[in-house]
Design a protein around this ligand. Structure first.
Ligand code: ADP
Ligand code: XUL
Length: 555
């Protein structure tokens, strides 16, 4: 059978299966919808009241909306720094997605609430008069026709943009330095953060800026489409702008003033992430058969929505071992720093989440696997089994490319006397790499206010989480049990969970009570009894050696 017929057959099987699931559930049982406007695609999942997934679909921007000529969902401009996406592409993707869902037989009238997420930091600039257009959408026409004149900026800056360095410097200077900005907003100035993008646009495209009536994040823009009016920015995604005071949960006056005049009018007041914004607009009622009482719950950023999808709880840490490694933390008492980001929690008004990105993750593990284990993950794992916890005092730093956390580069190896050495046996090298990576994840998480407590769980996701021996080292270094969780569409699923929770949040039901029927993560590794002693000591040496590496790299 040719590839295309296999694809057609598997598609038909999928459509049949989805229709079967939709029809198999009680005909009028409630559904909750989660959408994710991510960089490369728009995804949707519908869950029932038992939190079972009953429908999933997606629209790929590059292939299904090729008229926008994006690569990976974006346009990289000639300066290589400016990265944007056409706002109408996102709208057309929603038209397409809803039509696919209709064809698959989804009964929209069963949806009690919907929510969603968007790639963080991206911004949408609505033209003067757009609010009126949003308010009177004609259900006989598609959204992208109706809204084609509603934006003052067609190419929305997205998170991959790094063209606002000057604005970052200006903002930090205005508020009293990088650390002061981090204390207020949870992060030092980052080029991709929305405030700096707004500031750049105000200077570089003054006329378009003048013609702007409202600025949304990708998340609140998507919520506005469903609401038929401007949706508030939620606290959690709002924390990725360098504009929100994460403790008062209001716009920071000093940041607003340094960014653009009267910016609070353009942004509207921020709201708690679990807020019900209102009923779905009559456009969706008439065009797709949504119920008039279906509620739109505030949309948020994709990382906060993933935290909800993983159901990360106080004390937990999630480690995603993908191309690069990401660490998510639930934080009660944040200590914003010059590295990492603190966001308001999307599921608990009193809490915060931290996000740390490490560039040298799986690709570095692959390099060492190729050099020390003949390209075999089995041999790599065997080396981890054969070597002792603490690796005889050897500590390695492997920054093949310029690391984000911390900002250092190069490979730096130290023996048990802290003397720099040039090489090790393959087995020592493999353990040094994996221990070094996880010591670094723990060190930087602790610097942001994380501490290992009794009951702490490590949730592991991403490609390398299929490797038990790697997870055993993770468990030992964190001295906590490691659980795995399938993260394939966590932001989308998290949005559906948030939709469900939004309906009961006002009556005091916690997010975790609302989603307690969700599938449980699997326990895969428990710490060795000697792990605490070995790694508590090793962490102190690791921190000192990292300072040496930083000093060496910078000088
Ligand atoms: P992405 O960031 O693209 O979503 P994934 O989460 O899919 O990445 O992870 C891909 C990575 O998983 C690969 O680069 C590979 O190195 C790693 N990986 C896959 N299988 C194993 C394994 N058995 N042991 C360790 N790493 C693995
Ligand atoms: C987080 C970040 C990305 C985007 C895109 O700070 O920039 O993870 O949210 O997914």
């Amino acid at each position: 059978m040719s590839d295309s017929s296999v694809l057609r057959l598997s598609r038909s099987v999928c459509v049949f299966y989805v229709c079967f699931l939709v029809m198999a559930a009680a005909p009028d049982s409630p559904l909750y919808l989660g959408l994710d406007f991510s960089t490369q695609q728009l995804k949707v999942v519908a869950i029932d009241g038992n939190l079972n997934v009953v429908h999933q679909d997606n629209v790929q921007f590059d292939s299904e909306l090729s008229e926008f000529r994006t690569q990976g969902g974006v346009h990289i401009h000639a300066d290589r720094l400016t990265v944007t996406s056409p706002v109408l592409m996102w709208i057309k993707a929603l038209d397409l997605l809803l039509n696919k869902m209709k064809r698959a037989g989804l009964d929209f009238s069963r949806i009690r609430a919907l929510s969603g997420s968007g790639q963080q930091h991206g911004s949408v600039f609505w033209r003067k008069g757009a609010s009126q257009t949003l308010n009177q959408l004609d259900p006989d026409r598609s959204l992208h026709h109706l809204l084609q004149d509603s934006f003052s900026v067609w190419d929305s800056p997205v998170w991959m943009d790094s063209s606002s360095s000057q604005q970052c410097q200006d903002l930090q200077a205005a508020v009293g330095g990088a650390l002061r900005l981090a204390e207020i907003t949870g992060s030092r100035a980052y080029e991709r953060f929305t405030g700096n993008q707004i500031s750049k646009l105000r200077r570089s495209r003054a006329e378009d800026f003048q013609d702007t009536e409202r600025i949304s994040l990708v998340s609140s823009f998507a919520a506005s489409l469903f609401l038929g009016g401007y949706a508030a920015i939620d606290y959690s995604d709002g924390s990725g702008m360098n504009l929100l005071d994460i403790r008062t949960r209001n716009w920071s006056r000093i940041c607003l003033e340094a960014t653009a005049p009267h910016l609070d009018r353009l942004l509207g007041p921020p709201l708690p992430s679990m807020s019900v914004l209102g009923p779905v607009s009559s456009y969706f009622v008439h065009r797709y058969g949504f119920s008039e009482s279906c509620k739109v719950v505030a949309f948020t950023g994709d990382n906060p929505a993933s935290l909800a999808g993983m159901r990360l709880q106080q004390g937990d840490v999630a480690v995603s071992l993908g191309t690069s490694d990401t660490v998510f933390l639930w934080i009660q008492e944040p200590r914003p720093a010059l590295e990492g980001h603190i966001f308001c929690s999307p599921v608990d008004l009193q809490a915060f989440m931290a996000l740390l990105c490490f560039k040298n993750g799986s690709l570095t593990r692959e390099r060492i696997r190729n050099e020390c284990a003949a390209g075999s993950w089995e041999d790599f794992s065997a080396a981890l089994k054969d070597t002792p916890l603490g690796n005889g005092g050897n500590i390695g730093f492997y920054f093949d490319t310029m690391e984000i956390t911390p900002s250092a580069v190069g490979v730096h190896l130290f023996d048990s006397d802290d003397h720099e050495v040039s090489s090790w046996s393959p087995h020592v090298e493999i353990r040094a790499l994996v221990e070094g990576q996880f010591l670094s994840r723990r060190l930087h998480a602790e610097r942001l206010g994380y501490s290992i407590l009794p009951g702490t769980r490590v949730l592991a996701t991403g490609g390398a989480s299929s490797n038990r021996e790697i997870l055993q080292v993770l468990s030992d270094v964190f001295n906590a049990p490691v659980y795995t969780i399938d993260l394939s569409s966590s932001a989308c699923l998290g949005s559906a969970y948030r939709a469900l929770h939004g309906l009961v949040a006002e009556s005091g039901v916690s997010f975790f009570d609302a989603v307690k029927k969700a599938p449980k993560p699997q326990l895969v590794a428990s710490p060795n009894p000697t792990a605490k002693q070995v790694y508590d000591e090793m962490l102190k040496r690791f921190a000192q050696l990292e300072d040496r590496v930083l000093h060496k790299t910078c000088s």
